[in-house]
Structures are given as structure tokens and as C-alpha cells.
Design a protein around this ligand. Structure first.
Ligand SMILES: NC(=O)c1ccc[n+]([C@@H]2O[C@H](COP(=O)([O-])OP(=O)(O)OC[C@H]3O[C@@H](n4cnc5c(N)ncnc54)[C@H](O)[C@@H]3O)[C@@H](O)[C@H]2O)c1
Ligand SMILES: O=C(O)C[C@H](O)C(=O)O
Ligand SMILES: [Mg+2]
Length: 553
């Protein structure tokens, strides 16, 4: 049967106008390209100019997506060369916008879709990729129940898996031919989607309970059997599912929950750096977490563990942590508290006199005088001027981490928080923001987004062949990130700049791989880890040889 599909439709192998005339002849595409033979640099310059002409970030997102579908090397070349500019386009915050329009804008897809209504297809869906057992390093999966801070987006949430993978490759050189993006389509409770004529996912409410658990178990079992080397990254699951899946499977599979562990570790990195400024000790910190869901309680757990390492008893550490959620300060008399909040619930007898009824954030801050305030609530502007001023009144250098994404959800913008705290708050946020000028000082605002951590963590896990992602590996990653910042100047950022992300990821990967060895979970040994990490990093270049192999549309 004649075929019109050529190497030009295969994003893995396509080089477009960079194919030489000889290569064109050999590949049977003579006459299918204009005469010019270009270098990758020349192609990248044109693509970048086209990108700059796009009228909005969402248009840029769509342009880059199409480029990715045509020529993967060129796409990553652009991303690596302009990482600081393009990270907010392929990832947060633009990915949030793209997800909301995904079914309407749908053109093509690079993911694997697993439907809870067809569990018998899970194996065949992976098999359709034609990959062997040793061919996959990483799978990012989402059921899209809690996309960023924008809620349930069903199958539209596929692009969070794709965006996270793009960052893995651009930031840490994870080989893009060896990764898979997966959407677990378990239905959606988003009525807007269910009523949209364009919606592409299963048109029913989210399946919960045993059927949901069985489906996740089937995914884990199948993915790890077919691709035993793969790290199984979980993204943007709902809070109780996220935690249950991680806790229940961490000993059995190579799983990683980015919202809990990745975020927890990047926050640890920011606090490590901040404590170098305040000269404070972990055990002495008083932590208030506003928005005690997946990310917030993941951070509380990691800071709790750091307090223990610093000599606090479990009781002392717990007594220095306060969770504030939608009904105010979490107390032990509240009915129906999820298990992950129960651990930190304060005795009602201790706080009952603070207010009649619900104890709000401001009251909690007045009473507790926290040294660290974290926001993972999705409640935009919840850190009001009053809140920030009260925080700064209670502590000389409060650590303030309003981490909700995307921009429309952040609890306070640094441009407000810096002046409200008189320049004293040590701030990091989840989105990229410009520096703030205040009182003659330029305040650089570090980006406490898990994207600054998980790529290097993943690379270190892959290079060491770690069987599990252990707490020691997470801590090593956090310390390696914090070790890259110099906080001695006034206004210095708490985290390394995104410009340095590739180098930073390599450093993190080495630290993580060492920790995997120390923890006894590494399955690969290297004489020179630095060299092994460098060699493992995929580069966006056309290799000398001609791209051979089956065309994969
Ligand atoms: N910076 C990062 O790296 C990073 C990583 C993960 C999550 N996040 C952000 O954190 C936010 C939360 O994510 P998640 O996965 O934990 O979601 P989640 O749904 O698991 O948790 C949100 C929590 O906030 C509570 N909440 C909602 N409205 C509130 C209000 N008005 N006052 C107090 N509490 C309120 C909810 O009850 C819930 O417990 C999102 O915006 C997400 O983008 C940031
Ligand atoms: O995706 C991000 O920007 C970070 C984090 O995983 C989130 O859910 O907000
Ligand atoms: Mg997330």
C-alpha cells in the first residue's frame, strides 16, 4: 500500500530543512523540502522569531506545541536556549490557561489515555507505543482532580503531564524519547466540561471508592511491569487520593508525588536558605500552613521531620505547627477531619479562648507569631495587608511563602508583601515574578516551584537506578538547591534563578544519586557520578547519523 507518511511527520526523527540533499535522497524525501539546507541554529532563529510574533502566551503555547509535534529536537533547542522566558509558557502559569481550553483547542495528542471504563485496554494502550521493557525512564500521570489551584479538569488535565515532562527534559536533560505522559480518565465533576459539546473525556462524574483504587492499582501494576525502570511521577491528584496512593505504594513501586514531595523539598530548600539569613534553627520555627491540602500538609510533614532531625521531640515539633484551612484553625474537635489534617489538629482546650467559633488566619498569626507562613490555599489575596503586617510585627524576619498557582490564586504578590513587611519578609512564590524595588533595595523573589527541584531529583533517581525515592534523597535535593544560593546580600533570592536550572539540576542529580547509594536503594553504580550525570543528560542536537527506524506518527 502506498504511504504518504515520511520521516517529516515523525517528530522524533524529523530534522526538516536540516536534512542534507544526500540524506533527503536516502530517506526518500527528495523534492519534499525547499532547496536550502539549514543548520539547527538557523532553524532555531526562525522558530524563535515566529514565536515572538505570537500575540499572547496562550498562542505561544499552541505554537510551541505544534513545533514539538513536528520536530522534537528543534522544540527543545528553543526551550533550552530561552528557558527563563519559555518556562512560564510551556508550564505554569500558561499551562493552566491551556488546560481550561484544551478540549476546545484540541488538535493532536502525545499522551496515553487510560479510561476507567475500559480497564481491559490499559495494557494495549501502553503496548501501542511499541516500547520495550528497558525503553522508559519516566511516566508522569495525572487524574486531573486538582490541577494547580484551578480544580478538576478531567481529560483536559493531560497537558499538566506533558508540561511536567517538557520541564524534565529542558531542565535536566531527561531523554524525551524515553518518557510517557498519561491521563487517568476517571470522569470529572466539572459541570462546565460535562456540558460542553467539545469535551473529549468520559462524560460522567468522577468514579471514587473501590473502582477508583482498583484502577490506580492496575495502572501501577501494568506500568511497572511493562517498564520496570520507570519512575512513576504522580501529579495533581486530589488531596486524599494523592496521599493514600503515595503512602500505600511507596514501598512497592518507584513512585513520586510531586505536589507532596517535590513541593515539600523545594520549600525545604527555601527555608534552608532563609534560616541562613535569620540564623534560626529548625527546631525553633513556628509554622503556620494556610490551605492544608496535598501540598500544604506535604510541607508540614517535611518541616516536622526537619525539626526532629534538629533535636525536637515529636511532641515539640507538632506543637510548633498550626494548620489553617477553609474553616479556620484546624482543631481536634472538628468533625470529619481528613487523616492528614488530624495529625496536626490543635487541642481545642489550648486555643478555644482565642475566638468564639472559627479561629481565622489573622487571629492565628496574632497568637502564634509564626516564623514561617506558607500559603497553599488557592485563596487569592488571602494574605491581606493586615495579615502581612501582623506577621512582620511578631517576628523580625518572617519567612513568607505564598505558593498557590497560577497567578490568579497566589495569596499575596511580593510587590505588596515586601513594602507591607517593611522589606523584612523573606519571600518566595510559586510563579515567576519580577524583582521588587523597596527603600533602595532590589528584592529578588525566588521561585519556590517544584519545577526547580523535581527535574534534578528525577535525573538522580534515573542515573542511580534507585528502587524508591527516599526521604534522604528528597532532603539531599533540597540541600543541593539551597547550597546554590548566596543570601549574604540584602534582597537576595532564596532560590537559584531559573537561568541556571540546567546546571542546578545536574548538581541536584549528583546529590540525589549519592543519597540513593547511602540509603541502599541504588541499583547502578558509577565510578564518577558527576560524569555519569553529564552523560545521561540528553541534548537537543541532531546527532551525526541519519535517523533510522520505523516512522512513528
Ligand atoms: N509552588 C509549588 O511548587 C506548588 C506545588 C503544589 C501545589 N501548589 C499550589 O498550592 C495550591 C494547593 O494545591 P494542592 O494540590 O495542595 O490542592 P488541595 O486541593 O489539595 O489543597 C488546597 C487546600 O486549601 C484549602 N482551602 C481552599 N480554600 C481555602 C480558603 N479560602 N482558606 C483556607 N483554606 C482553603 C482546601 O480546603 C484544601 O485543604 C494550588 O494553588 C497549587 O497550585 C504549588
Ligand atoms: O505545577 C506547578 O506549577 C507546581 C505544582 O505542581 C502545582 O500543582 O501548582
Ligand atoms: Mg502540581
Amino acid at each position: 500500500m502506498p504511504t504518504r507518511t515520511t520521516v517529516l511527520q515523525d517528530r522524533f526523527r524529523n530534522r526538516g530543512t536540516a536534512f542534507t540533499l544526500d540524506q533527503r535522497a536516502e530517506l526518500g524525501i527528495t523534492g519534499r523540502l525547499p532547496a536550502a539546507v539549514e543548520t539547527l541554529d538557523e532553524q532555531a532563529a526562525r522558530a524563535y522569531a515566529q514565536l515572538r510574533d505570537q500575540p499572547s502566551d496562550l498562542h505561544k503555547y499552541i505554537y510551541l506545541n505544534e513545533l514539538h509535534d513536528q520536530n522534537q529536537v528543534l522544540y527543545y533547542r528553543l526551550l533550552v536556549d530561552h528557558l527563563t522566558e519559555l518556562l512560564p509558557v510551556v508550564y505554569d502559569p500558561t499551562v493552566g490557561e491551556a488546560i481550561q481550553q484544551w478540549s476546545t483547542d484540541f488538535r493532536d495528542s502525545r499522551a496515553v489515555y487510560l479510561s476507567i471504563d475500559r480497564p481491559e485496554d490499559v495494557e494495549a494502550s501502553f503496548a501501542s507505543l511499541g516500547l520495550g521493557t528497558g525503553d522508559v525512564d519516566l511516566i508522569v500521570v495525572s487524574d486531573a482532580q486538582e490541577i494547580l489551584g484551578i480544580g478538576d479538569w478531567g481529560v483536559n488535565g493531560t497537558d499538566i503531564s506533558i508540561g511536567k515532562l517538557a520541564v524534565y527534559t529542558a531542565a535536566a536533560g531527561i531523554d524525551p524519547d524515553r518518557v510517557i505522559a498519561v491521563n487517568l480518565d476517571v470522569g470529572t465533576d466539572n459541570e462546565q466540561l460535562l456540558n460542553s459539546p467539545y469535551y473529549l473525556g468520559n462524560r460522567h462524574a468522577r468514579v471514587t471508592g473501590e473502582r477508583y483504587d482498583d484502577f490506580v492499582a492496575l495502572y501501577l501494576e501494568t506500568a511497572s511491569r511493562l517498564f520496570p525502570d520507570a519512575l512513576l511521577h504522580f501529579e495533581d491528584f486530589g488531596p486524599s487520593n494523592a496521599r493514600r496512593i503515595l503512602v500505600g505504594n511507596a514501598a512497592k513501586y518507584r513512585v513520586f508525588n510531586d505536589d507532596m514531595q517535590g513541593t515539600g523539598a523545594i520549600v525545604m530548600a527555601a527555608v534552608f536558605a532563609a534560616l541562613r539569613v535569620t540564623r534560626g534553627r529548625w527546631a525553633e520555627q513556628r509554622l503556620v500552613v494556610f490551605g492544608a491540602g496535598t501540598a500544604g500538609t506535604g510541607m508540614a510533614d517535611q518541616i516536622h521531620a526537619a525539626m526532629l532531625r534538629d533535636g525536637a521531640t515529636a511532641g515539640e515539633a507538632k506543637s510548633n505547627i498550626w494548620l489553617v484551612d477553609i474553616h479556620g484553625l484546624v482543631t481536634d474537635d472538628m468533625a470529619g477531619l481528613p487523616d492528614y489534617q488530624q495529625v496536626y489538629a490543635r487541642p481545642k482546650s489550648e486555643v478555644g479562648s482565642w475566638a468564639d467559633g472559627e479561629i481565622d488566619l489573622l487571629t492565628t498569626i496574632e497568637q502564634v507569631r509564626p516564623t514561617i507562613l506558607i500559603g497553599t490555599s488557592t485563596a487569592h489575596n488571602a494574605f491581606t495587608e493586615d495579615v502581612v503586617r501582623t506577621l512582620a510585627k511578631g517576628t523580625e524576619r518572617p519567612i513568607l511563602l505564598p505558593l498557590s498557582n497560577p497567578t490568579s490564586r497566589i495569596e499575596v504578590m511580593p510587590s505588596d508583601a515586601v513594602p507591607w513587611s517593611g522589606g523584612r519578609a523573606l519571600i518566595a512564590v510559586g510563579i515567576p515574578v519580577p524583582p521588587v524595588e523597596y527603600d533602595g533595595v532590589t528584592y529578588t523573589i525566588g521561585q519556590a516551584n517544584n519545577a526547580l527541584l523535581y527535574p534534578g531529583l528525577g535525573l538522580g533517581t534515573i542515573v542511580s537506578g534507585a528502587r524508591h525515592v527516599t526521604d534522604t534523597m528528597l532532603l539531599a535535593a533540597a540541600e543541593a538547591v539551597a547550597g546554590q544560593v548566596d543570601v549574604s546580600e540584602p534582597g537576595a533570592g532564596l532560590l537559584p534563578p531559573v537561568d541556571d536550572l540546567r546546571a542546578s539540576s545536574a548538581t541536584v542529580a549528583v546529590a540525589v544519586a549519592k543519597a540513593a547509594v547511602a540509603d541502599g536503594v541504588a541499583t547502578k553504580s558509577h565510578d564518577n557520578l558527576i560524569q555519569a550525570v553529564q552523560q545521561a543528560m540528553w541534548q537537543p542536537v541532531y546527532t551525526g547519523e541519519l535517523p533510522t527506524g520505523e516512522t512513528q506518527p
